[in-house]
Design a protein. Structure first.
Length: 240
């Protein structure tokens, strides 16, 4: 099984070298998507000789970076794609846990920071926890899912299943669109527990999304729009 670990980065000069060193201990194929970094991240990545690298000339957003990683995994015919953040929230040594959970009858394994408690758990910022709870509940109710964490970026995908996705969200709302499409496609989904680590609880989303109410409204708008689109496609007798 050929597995690719993909890490989107944007201004992560504080963490990128350490994260890559830790990922190398458990994975041999690593892709970094440098999403328009303007700090010293690009210079640090230039010193890394044993990684695949995609560079976005400008910051396009988290969703766009994940789409680039998915496209690369498909083009290079990997079997599995693992995605993880570069800010210290995700512990690379848990990558094998996700891979083990991605059995033959599973299309996506999603990490959950709320499935159970870990000794090293930290408290999330209140607005992030509240929005995550609300959106997770709404996604479950609207899609008939039973997930516990709608926004964890630590995931493992069966690459063959990625061909059916039609993701268009460039920013932080991409996971909402992903859950809707996964549900309509009938993906077989499993959650695995991962620690809840917030090394910098003050990290910004950027622009208007730094306002929690604006962010929540945006997520709900994307949910409604994607539900309507997928329903229209389903009723039309095709998927895509």
């Amino acid at each position: 099984m050929r597995a690719l670990v993909a890490i989107p980065v944007y201004n992560e000069e504080r963490h990128v070298a350490e994260v890559l060193a830790q990922v190398r201990e458990v994975a041999s194929d690593i892709l970094v998507v440098n999403d328009g970094s303007t700090d010293g991240t690009s210079e640090l990545l230039a010193r890394e000789k044993d990684i695949h690298l995609i560079v976005h000339c400008r910051n396009r957003g988290y969703g766009a970076a994940i789409r680039s990683a998915m496209g690369f995994a498909l083009a290079q015919r990997y079997d599995v794609l693992v995605t993880m953040d570069c800010d210290g929230q995700h512990e690379p040594y848990r990558i094998p846990v996700l891979l083990e959970a991605l059995t033959a009858d599973t299309d996506m394994v999603s990490g959950s920071r709320y499935l159970r408690r870990f000794r090293q758990d930290s408290e999330p910022p209140q607005d992030r926890r509240r929005i995550n709870q609300l959106m997770t509940q709404e996604i479950n109710e609207r899609l008939g899912l039973c997930i516990t964490d709608a926004f964890c970026g630590f995931k493992a995908y069966r690459v063959a299943a990625l061909r059916d996705l039609d993701l268009t969200e460039d920013g932080w709302a991409m996971p909402v669109q992903l859950w809707v499409q996964a549900a309509f496609l009938g993906w077989r989904i499993r959650e695995v527990a991962v620690p809840r680590l917030y090394l910098d609880p003050h990290r910004a989303f950027g622009g208007l999304l730094d306002d929690p109410e604006v962010r929540l409204a945006h997520y709900r708008e994307v949910l409604e729009r994607e539900l309507a689109r997928c329903l229209a496609v389903w009723r039309g007798g095709s998927r895509g």
